[in-house]
Design a protein around this ligand. Structure first.
Ligand code: MG
Length: 164
């Protein structure tokens, strides 16, 4: 068994007027924000799935069901922290994370540094080990009558302990 694994996470949320625009644990100035049962932080949801995926655990929807009142309006940072604890219990900790945010909503580039710092702190990593890229959706979801934010995340995990 090798001491590294990779996990992949994806998430998409509709953007709605008047919702706080929280992405990667940072509130961005924008008139729309991700809709959702929790705070809708699609970046943290994708990373949570990448972490649990690499650790061989259930996905975010199974671990933190959206019909569970404990997670209603929940700060997604709490979900990521809980997932990291489960991963650590399973013997895995993050090595590096890379994220692509594609959206017709807020511009990501001006907030890259803040989002990287926020993610690095949450994941217990150096900023160099966390990367964030913003992309346009080229108006594709606007053609379908709405706006969205989509996120892809990969997380390298290293084994903790004697086998690592
Ligand atoms: Mg989500």
């Amino acid at each position: 068994m090798i001491g590294i694994r990779v996990g992949l996470g994806f998430d998409v949320h509709r953007l709605e007027e008047g919702r706080p625009c929280v992405l990667g644990g940072v509130e961005l100035p924008h008139p729309t924000g991700p809709a959702g049962h929790s705070d809708g932080d699609a970046v943290l949801h994708a990373i949570t799935d990448a972490v649990t995926g690499a650790a061989g655990l259930d996905d975010i929807g199974s671990l933190f069901p959206d019909d569970d009142p404990r997670w209603e309006g929940a700060d997604s940072r709490a979900m990521l922290r809980a997932a990291m604890e489960l991963a650590a219990d399973a013997g895995w900790r993050p090595g590096n994370v890379d994220v692509v945010i594609a959206t017709e909503g807020p511009k990501i580039k001006p907030h890259r540094t803040a989002i990287r710092a926020s993610l690095a702190e949450l994941l217990g990593l150096d900023v160099d080990d966390v990367n964030v890229k913003g992309k346009s959706l080229e108006g594709m979801t606007e053609l379908a009558g709405g706006r969205a934010v989509t996120v892809h995340a990969v997380c390298l995990m290293t084994r903790v302990g004697p086998e690592g």
